[in-house]
Design a protein around this ligand. Structure first.
Ligand code: GAR
Length: 200
């Protein structure tokens, strides 16, 4: 199975995925890291791990359709079977998603369906929740609304600042995302409607 990881930022989740892969826990090939931003640190992490990188910037295409068509072309060329969104801060169209139906995973920094969107950690912190957490889910055309694969809770204490909470959240993400990818690769996820069963 060939995997492409999509990133727009620091790439700490990518790093955790690479770590798990190098230990042999993810039995697939991470073939490609795709980014929409040429200078994001995730690209350096990929290069350091010897993974091919590709920058496809939205601004170089007239329409979103053309932009996504280019991405699909490179995914096809590399026989990509699974797309892992790891801090990729763009919303993919329904057409793109149907080309990889049930083959796109995302990690979101909140316990969905709470705090959808681009600022899950901050929104939960400002809301004053006592428990938040991370969610790995299949990507469907509705944002942050696909079937949930794994969730894990993180406590927000009274001493937490947004920064300390973010640190705890990232730590949890780095455990949960590699595990979810491993389950997918091992064929252990069964989707029925909104429900995902883990076959052990
Ligand atoms: C992660 O916290 C991830 O959950 C979040 O972006 C961060 C990327 O960090 N994704 C979203 O908010 C998606 N809505 P990283 O680049 O260090 O992996």
């Amino acid at each position: 199975m060939n995997i492409a990881v999509f990133c727009s930022g620091n790439g700490t989740n990518l790093q955790a995925i690479i770590g798990s892969w190098k230990k042999g826990h993810i039995k697939a090939d991470i073939k490609l890291v795709v980014s929409d931003l040429p200078d994001c640190y995730a690209l350096i992490r990929a290069k350091n791990a010897g993974i091919k990188t590709l920058v496809i910037e939205r601004k170089n295409f007239k329409t979103k359709k053309d932009f996504e068509a280019e991405i699909l072309k490179v995914l096809k060329r590399d026989n990509i079977d699974l797309i892992v969104l790891a801090g990729y801060m763009r919303i993919l169209s329904g057409d793109f998603i149907s080309a990889y139906e049930n083959k796109i995973l995302n990690i979101h920094p909140a316990l969905l369906p709470s705090f959808k969107g681009a600022h899950g950690i901050r929104d939960a912190f400002e809301y004053g929740v006592k428990i938040t957490g991370v969610t790995v889910h299949f990507v469907t055309k509705d944002m942050d609304a696909g079937p949930i694969i794994l969730q894990s809770s993180v406590k927000a204490t009274e001493d937490d600042t947004e920064e300390t909470l973010a640190e705890a959240m990232h730590e949890e993400e780095h455990k949960v995302y590699p595990r979810a990818i491993q389950l997918f690769v091992d064929g252990k996820l069964k989707i029925e409607g909104r429900k995902v069963t883990i076959l052990e």
